[in-house]
Design a protein around this ligand. Structure first.
Ligand code: UD1
Length: 417
C-alpha cells in the first residue's frame, strides 16, 4: 500500500489552483442520469469518489469518459437500476443516486450506506422524502428496493434538519416528477445551488436553491447540457490551513471567496492576513498563530464540518488554547489520536475538542482515519520536525486531486511511495 512521506518543517509559499468540488461533482454526476443526452462537465476533479461515481454510471449503462478535468456522461441508453454493494461500500454518499435512478427507471436497488468513519450515517430523511413523493421502499437485510409504479408526485416536504444529501436527493427525484415539490428547511450549501444550476441548464425548473425554501416544478424530461463544477471550498480551506501552520504565504486561484466567509473569519481570528480578490485568495500567516476561542461547525453559511480537521491541526501550534465544537457528525474526532502522535496536545470530550497549542510537533508514523482527518495529518506534518509517514492514504485520495503535487508546488517536501 502506498504511503505519503512528509518532511518538515517547511514554509509554504507560492500559488496553487483549487480543483472542482467533490461534493459538487457527485450529485451532478447522479443528475446526469436524468438527462437524455450528453452532459459535459468541466472542472470535474480527478479523485476516487468521482471515479466511483463514474463506475456506478457505467454499471447502469451510461457512457462515461474523462478528458483531463472534463467528464462526459451520456445516460441516453441507461438500462440498469441496481448499484452493486461493493460500489456502495466504496462511497457511502452514493445514496444520492437513489432519487435520480428511481425517477428515471421507476426502480432503484442499492444497499443501505449504514455506518461510516464519521459515525452512524442515517438516511431516514432521504427515505421519508422519497416515500412522500410516492415511492415504495422495501428495506431487507440492508438492501433498499425503491419502486414507483408511474411518475413520482410533487409534494411539500419539510426537513427536520437541512440535510445536504436529502435536499439533493429530493431535487433529483422531483425534477421530472408530476407537479410541484417544495422543500422547506432545505440545505443552503453552495453545492445545492450548483446542482440546481446544472439541472436547470438541462431543462429543469428549480427555484430558490441557496435559500431554505426550494421549489421544483417537474418537467417531462431533461436534456444534455454543459456545466462547470464549482470550486472545492474544503480543498481551499485545507491549503489555507497548510499555509498558516507553516507561517507561509500563498495565493489560491480558482476559488469562490464568498463560499468561504465563515472559514476566512476563523483564519483572521488566528491572526492571518487574508485578502480576496475576484477568484483569488491570498493568505499570509503570522509568525505565531493566535488561539481561536471557539470554532463551532454549523450548516452553511456557518463554519463547515469538513474544514474542522485541517483548521484544528493548524491550531496545534497556536499560542494558547482553542476549542472546537462539532455539531454535525458524531465521531468526527477520530484523527485526533493520530495528531497526538506528532506531539499535539488535544483533549476530546463528546462533541468538543480542546487544543492546547504546543511549541513544536515532530514527525511520526500516522494513519488516516477518514478523508478530512487525513488532510489534517498532512497539514500538521508540514510543520512537524522530521519525517511523518502517513498510511491509509486512500482516504485522502477520495477528496483531493493531485494533493502532493499541489503541496510540492508550494514548497512542501512530500512524496508518495
Ligand atoms: C454532505 C457532504 C459532507 C459534509 C456534509 C455536511 C457530500 C457528498 N458530503 O454529507 O462532506 O460533511 O454534507 O456539510 O456532499 N442526517 C440524518 N438523517 C438523514 C440525513 C442526514 O439524521 O437522512 C444527519 C447526519 O447524520 C448528520 C447531519 O444530518 O448528522 C448532516 O448530514 P447531511 O447534511 O445529510 O450530510 P451528507 O449529505 O451526508
Amino acid at each position: 500500500m502506498a504511503k505519503i512521506y512528509v518532511e518538515g518543517p517547511v514554509r509554504l509559499s507560492g500559488e496553487v489552483d483549487i480543483h472542482g468540488a467533490k461534493n459538487g461533482a457527485l450529485p451532478i454526476l447522479a443528475g446526469t442520469i436524468l438527462c437524455r443526452g450528453e452532459c459535459i462537465l468541466h472542472n470535474c476533479p480527478n479523485l476516487s469518489d468521482v471515479e466511483t461515481s463514474l463506475k456506478i454510471l457505467t454499471h447502469l449503462g451510461c457512457e462515461c469518459r474523462r478528458e483531463g478535468q472534463t467528464v462526459i456522461v451520456n445516460a441516453a441508453d441507461m438500462s440498469g437500476y441496481e448499484i452493486p454493494d461493493a460500489l456502495m461500500r466504496e462511497m457511502r454518499s452514493s445514496i444520492v443516486f437513489l432519487g435520480a435512478i428511481v425517477a428515471r427507471m421507476g426502480r432503484a436497488k442499492l444497499s443501505s450506506p449504514g455506518g461510516c468513519e464519521l459515525g452512524p450515517r442515517p438516511i431516514d430523511l432521504h427515505l421519508a422524502a422519497l416515500r412522500s413523493l410516492g415511492a415504495t421502499i422495501q428495506e431487507d437485510h440492508g438492501v433498499l428496493d425503491c419502486t414507483t409504479p408511474a411518475l413520482l408526485n410533487g409534494t411539500a416536504i419539510s426537513l427536520s434538519f437541512p440535510s445536504v444529501g436529502a435536499t439533493e436527493n429530493i431535487m433529483l427525484a422531483s425534477a421530472t416528477a408530476r407537479g410541484v415539490t417544495v422543500i422547506h428547511n432545505a440545505a443552503r450549501e453552495p453545492e445545492i445551488s450548483d446542482l440546481a444550476d446544472f439541472l436547470n441548464s438541462a431543462g429543469a425548473k428549480i427555484y430558490g436553491a441557496g435559500s431554505d425554501t426550494i421549489e421544483i416544478h417537474g418537467v417531462a424530461a431533461l436534456h444534455g447540457t454543459e456545466h462547470t463544477v464549482l470550486p472545492d471550498r474544503i480543498a481551499a480551506a485545507t491549503f489555507l490551513a497548510a499555509a498558516a501552520i507553516t507561517r507561509g504565504s500563498v495565493v489560491l486561484h480558482k476559488v469562490m471567496p464568498s463560499h468561504l466567509m465563515a472559514v476566512l473569519s476563523v483564519f483572521r481570528e488566528a491572526g492571518c492576513d487574508v485578502v480576496a480578490s475576484g477568484k483569488d485568495l491570498k493568505l499570509s500567516a503570522p509568525a505565531k498563530l493566535r488561539r481561536i476561542p471557539m470554532v463551532r461547525t454549523l450548516v452553511y453559511p456557518g463554519f463547515p464540518t469538513d474544514a474542522g480537521p485541517p483548521v484544528l491541526a493548524m491550531q496545534t501550534l497556536a499560542d494558547g488554547t482553542s476549542m472546537f465544537l462539532e455539531n454535525i457528525f458524531e465521531n468526527r474526532f477520530k484523527y485526533v489520536d493520530e495528531l497526538k502522535r506528532l506531539g499535539a496536545n488535544i483533549k476530546v470530550a463528546g462533541k468538543v475538542a480542546v487544543v492546547e497549542g504546543v511549541a513544536r510537533l515532530s514527525g511520526a508514523p500516522v494513519e488516516c482515519t477518514d478523508l478530512r482527518g487525513g488532510a489534517a495529518l498532512a497539514v500538521a506534518a508540514l510543520a512537524a520536525s522530521g519525517v511523518t509517514e502517513i498510511d491509509k492514504i486512500h482516504h485522502i485520495d477520495r477528496g483531493y486531486d493531485r494533493f502532493e503535487e499541489s503541496l510540492r508546488a508550494l514548497g512542501a517536501k512530500i512524496k508518495r511511495e
